[in-house]
Ligand binder design. Structure first.
Ligand SMILES: *Cc1c(COP(=O)(O)O)cnc(C)c1O
Length: 365
């Protein structure tokens, strides 16, 4: 058997008509930037996220970066980000001119540890960026409580967590703003790059939109030095075709995760931990193993695709050499990066494929 780490084929086959219709609609209209498709998707995605406003942008990184800028984060400010995340979280802070301050995760949930957030706060700290990593919500009650007490903004990185909930409430609706990515591999994926920011603050939404449109709130009037980062009509149309299916897609990912959680029994493997408050959407199913590289080779040799999220923690990335960190500075992140292995998880995975993965992980000695 050959099982890829991820494939879009089963979903694309099911939605073939809807996606082709979306293309035809836009192509016939011959209008590609800032139009009714973008407007429509923003409306339905804001509703999905239980937020008042949604602004479509070019990608997830821009959603986070523009949200930080709209909130006034600037040079000299510090923003707390997890030490184990995708690089975009930290880069968004850097592009805003501020300094990312890394905070260690909890080894069980992989998510940022609220107690450590409190210890990292200085008089320069302006914001916290919790990342709902792998599609599982952070402990938002604790994070919002810390933010309130220290007067900090909260910008949620929801790039992996479309539809994930914390105590029944959907992520992206807790902080001052949230950034989503619609990179094709995300739970809600475009057919190319795309992203969105959501917020309940009208002024913040207006600023994000202006900043993503050359800093212009009216044609040829540039009130800020902005970027070009807009959600194009084609991607908005594809996303609007897919959004009504997201609930079903996430449900299927939960079904696969439940099978893994119930079926994998191997003392060499640590399964993901789901706290009571979280209902994850399983963007990634990450297991841990001391002999991770051996397990990876074993699975790959058996025809099973795998991935590592992420092999190098933020503080050891070459692009952040300037921050002066060394190995040993963030031991929990280093442990996760040395032991985490992501196994196949995608809509349309068959029961036989799921069972094959379970059997092979269980057979590893
Ligand atoms: C994918 C991702 C991003 C960035 O999204 P892009 O659309 O690729 O720019 C940001 N944060 C996290 C945690 C991600 O997984």
């Amino acid at each position: 058997m050959k099982i890829p780490f991820v494939t879009f084929k089963p979903l694309e086959k099911e939605l073939d008509n809807e996606l082709r219709n979306a293309f035809e609609r836009v192509y016939k209209r011959s209008w590609y930037i800032e139009g009714i498709e973008d407007e429509n998707f923003e409306k339905i995605f804001a509703e999905y996220c239980n937020s008042k406003y949604c602004v479509g942008v070019g990608n997830g990184l821009d959603a986070l970066y523009l949200a930080l800028r709209a909130l006034g984060i600037k040079e000299g400010d510090e923003v707390l980000v997890p030490s184990n995340t995708y690089i975009a979280t930290a880069l968004a802070v850097t592009y805003a001119g501020a300094t990312p301050v890394f905070v260690e995760p909890d080894i069980k949930t992989f998510n940022v540890n609220p107690e450590r957030i409190e210890n990292a706060i200085t008089d320069k700290t302006r914001a916290i960026m919790p990342v709902h990593l792998y599609g599982q919500a952070c402990d938002m009650d604790q994070i919002m409580d810390i933010a309130k007490r220290h007067n900090l903004y909260v910008i949620e990185d929801c790039a992996q967590a479309h539809g994930a909930t914390y105590k029944g409430k959907v992520v992206g609706s807790f902080g001052d703003a949230a950034g989503f990515s619609f990179y094709p591999g995300k739970n809600l994926g475009a057919l190319g790059d795309a992203g969105a920011a959501v917020t309940n603050n009208e002024e913040v939404a207006r600023k994000i939109r202006a900043l993503g449109n050359y800093g212009s709130d009216y044609k040829y009037h540039h009130i800020m030095q902005g970027n070009n980062s807009r959600l194009d009509e084609l991607q908005a149309a594809f996303l609007a075709a897919k959004l009504p299916h997201l609930g079903r897609i996430n449900k299927e990912r939960r079904k696969i995760a439940d099978k893994y959680l119930n079926g994998i029994h191997n003392d060499a493997v640590i399964l993901p931990y789901v706290p009571e408050y979280a209902e994850p959407v399983w963007h990634i199913f990450g297991i841990r193993c001391k002999r991770r590289d051996e397990l990876e080779k074993y699975l790959n040799d058996a025809g099973i695709g795998t991935n590592k999220h992420y092999p190098i923690p933020m503080h050891l990335q070459e692009c952040y050499k300037n921050l002066g960190f060394k190995r040993g500075d963030f031991p929990i992140s280093e442990e996760i990066s040395a032991t985490e292995l992501s196994i196949p998880m995608y809509y349309g995975m068959t029961d036989e494929e799921i069972q094959y993965v379970i059997d092979k992980v269980n057979d590893f000695r």
